[in-house]
Design a protein around this ligand. Structure first.
Ligand SMILES: [Fe+2]
Ligand SMILES: [Fe+2]
Length: 240
């Protein structure tokens, strides 16, 4: 293992001693997700934090990004719309029709509203949830919900997008579109930097995973992500 994953536990040691009620709320929200979406969010949190460390974010910034990653798809829980959870859980094995796609796309707004209702008033987290499907500069296929561009998209959302896409495209649970390797996923970072992704962030993520791939196999890295995600899950349910 070339990266010090112990660093991730610093985050939990911090929350064990600080902001406990706030973090308990986050743990409760994560527990409202169905198993497939929850697994996705936990793995995205692992990947996002790796990118955050490679991007030299401060501890404060890593905390925000980590929480954002855990709850970014909370709009796919049944806290707002019971249909969306069913769709989200089936989402890797079925193609959506137009109406279902519209419901799924609404998860960013629903997520924002759920967090507001839970009085999670941190702007970086709220905007991150709202903006995580926007595209950096892709006028032909703009993102949603607001077709934002460039720095109009929040900093955290731009970083989260990389981890979100990497997880979604390499996930073992991916069935309805073919699953790809980490190498292919980061190739996409390279090809679409400046278009779908913030170029500076895409470059850092590309280099990070390229470096990892020199020492570990594709499956090895995915396993590592899975093991860390399981540990985060245990910490969330046991400590909070
Ligand atoms: Fe999402
Ligand atoms: Fe996601």
């Amino acid at each position: 293992m070339i990266f010090n994953n112990q660093k991730q536990y610093q985050l939990f040691d911090y929350w064990s001693n600080n902001e406990r009620p706030f973090f308990r709320k986050i743990a409760l929200l994560v527990s409202a997700l169905g198993p497939i979406t929850k697994g996705h969010c936990l793995r995205v949190a692992v990947i996002a934090d790796w990118i955050a460390v490679a991007f030299n974010l401060t501890f404060e910034q890593r905390k925000e990004l980590f929480i954002l990653s855990l709850v970014h798809d909370i709009g796919k829980s049944d806290l707002k719309n019971p249909i969306v959870k069913k769709l989200a859980e089936a989402g890797r094995s079925v193609q959506f029709n137009k109406d279902e796609l519209a419901i799924m796309r609404k998860h960013v707004i629903d997520g924002y509203e759920i967090l507001k209702a839970c009085r999670i008033n941190k702007n970086n987290i709220l905007n991150g949830v709202l903006n995580h499907h926007e595209r950096y500069n892709d006028p032909e296929r703009p993102g949603y919900p607001n077709k934002l561009q460039g720095n109009e998209i929040s900093f955290y959302a731009r970083l989260l997008t990389l981890a979100d896409v990497l997880e979604a495209r390499t996930s073992i649970l991916r069935q309805y579109r073919s699953r790809i390797s980490i190498e292919e996923a980061i190739e996409d970072f390279c090809n679409r930097k400046g278009k779908k992704y913030d170029p500076a962030m895409a470059k850092v993520a590309y280099e990070l995973f390229n470096e990892k791939l020199k020492y570990e196999s594709n499956e090895g890295i995915l396993n590592e992500i899975g093991v860390l995600a399981d540990e985060i899950d245990k910490l969330l349910s046991q400590r909070f």
